[in-house]
Design a protein around this ligand. Structure first.
Ligand code: PLP
Length: 423
């Protein structure tokens, strides 16, 4: 059945959206922090526990067989959603763990004193603090690229560093959770490719905010690592993944970062041989099978909605929100508002803003009293907030069930701020 994005019919598939908050209908606009879950995902998890629960890859009884098959099928569904090979998908708890996986499984083994890691001032702390720690452990140097007034990466600074420094890793966000900027990944990949030296430069993409809003084709993106969180794309908390280019897995350049049962082929006192199966080599200990099943159900749900339509829906919401917010003189929007000549606006997923003379926490509290849930603060992008001198911002962020009437409720809620602060 085709369900219109943002329609009442679609909202009704998400049980929590029929809740009331502060005696008002819930208007949930905090999807960049985490999305709500459809009944299909909730049922997939419940069905797994009530019908199939057993440990995977370990037993020779029927339930273990079923559980193993469901787990493997789920991994295939998730990989297919991202147009990746199943062996290229490493299950992780979330984006943060996936990025840490690259730090421990790749960076610690390949970076040395004098090497350079390039990241940007636009990053979430997950793609920032991890590299500060790697720099401390390996002696590599951390370099940052700046952001312009429209919230776009200063690519000339990246080019300059690629040209003049021994760069080994570029770690960037795909879609910013603060400015909504969609970074031009193809252009950046090409730039990196044109500066490849004898020791290759690897490219990591933080996909936490792109996976929920646009079609991801891992092979077409042509990055070495892509990290994502399930909970931001309608799946349960506690599951996400790291996509790794197969050649890095086959060559052993990317190593496991967790060790123990499950990921081994043979264990002797002197030495352990890891599992030759690329996928299993990265599953140390018992995985969270039910959450992986839930993530596969979420991928299927999104696939049926069609990610091209999800992106289009998101663009319309961004456009509508920008149009409405620019009519409020007290508001200053952060991030791209003007498209580049001949291009679509490079912004998805959220609109964040400053409200003149009113702290973002007050803005969000007043909105909450009207049932409108938004986020306020630095959104784990303190370096970006400091870079521009923003004390804190308020962010409305969208999902497949968000409608223009939700944005209207936000705008109505914002009118209340004027009344409260006038009196
Ligand atoms: C761009 C970005 N990267 C990384 C993360 C971290 O995600 P998680 O907390 O699921 O690991 C977030 C979460 O908001 C994010 O928006």
């Amino acid at each position: 059945m085709i369900t219109m994005l943002g329609s009442q019919m679609l909202k009704s598939q998400f049980p929590i959206l029929s809740r009331r908050v502060n005696d008002k209908p819930l208007i949930y606009l905090d999807n960049a922090a985490t999305s709500q879950k459809p009944q299909e995902v909730i049922e997939a998890i419940s069905n797994y526990y009530s019908q199939h629960n057993s440990n995977v890859h370990r037993g020779a009884h029927q339930l273990s067989d079923e559980s193993t098959n469901i787990f493997e099928e789920s991994r295939h569904t998730i990989a297919k959603f991202f147009v990746a090979d199943p062996e290229e998908l490493i299950i992780a708890r979330n984006t943060t763990e996936a990025i840490n996986g690259v730090a421990y499984g790749w960076a610690d083994n390949h970076l040395k004193e004098g090497d350079v890691i390039v990241t940007s001032f636009m990053e979430h702390h997950a793609n920032f603090v991890v590299w500060q720690e790697v720099a401390k452990r390996t002696g590599a140097k951390l370099e940052f690229i700046g952001v312009d007034e429209q919230g776009r990466l200063k690519l000339d600074e990246l080019e300059d560093k690629l040209k003049n420094l021994p760069v080994r890793l570029v770690a960037l966000v795909h879609v910013s959770n603060a400015t909504g900027t969609v970074n031009p990944i193809k252009k950046i990949s090409k730039l990196i490719a044109s500066h490849q030296k004898e020791t290759p430069i690897r490219f990591l993409l933080d996909g936490a905010q792109s996976a929920p809003h646009m079609k991801i084709d891992f092979h077409q993106l042509d990055v070495d690592f892509y990290a994502f969180s399930g909970h931001k794309m309608l799946a349960p908390m506690g599951v996400g993944g790291l996509l790794v280019k197969k050649e890095l897995l086959e060559s052993g350049e990317m190593r496991p970062w967790l060790f123990g049962g499950g990921m081994i082929f043979s264990v002797l006192p002197e030495e352990t041989e890891f599992n030759p199966d690329l996928a299993e080599r990265f599953i140390a200990g018992t995985p969270d099978v039910a959450s992986v099943v839930g993530l596969a159900a979420a991928c299927e749900y999104l696939r049926k909605l069609d990610m091209r339509k999800v992106e289009q829906h998101d663009r319309e919401l961004v456009f509508y929100t920008l149009e409405k917010l620019t009519q409020i003189p007290e508001i200053k929007i952060i991030g791209p508002t003007k498209p580049k000549a001949g291009q679509l606006l490079d912004r998805l997923g959220s609109v964040a803003f400053l409200y003149q003379a009113v702290h973002a926490h007050d803005v969000s509290q007043i909105l909450d009293s009207q049932g409108v849930a938004v986020r306020s603060g630095h959104h784990c992008t303190m370096p970006l907030h400091n870079y521009f001198g923003w004390p804190a911002t308020t962010r409305a962020s969208f999902s497949v069930y968000t409608s223009k009437s939700d944005i209207d409720a936000l705008i109505k809620g914002l009118e209340k701020i004027k009344q409260v602060f006038k009196s």
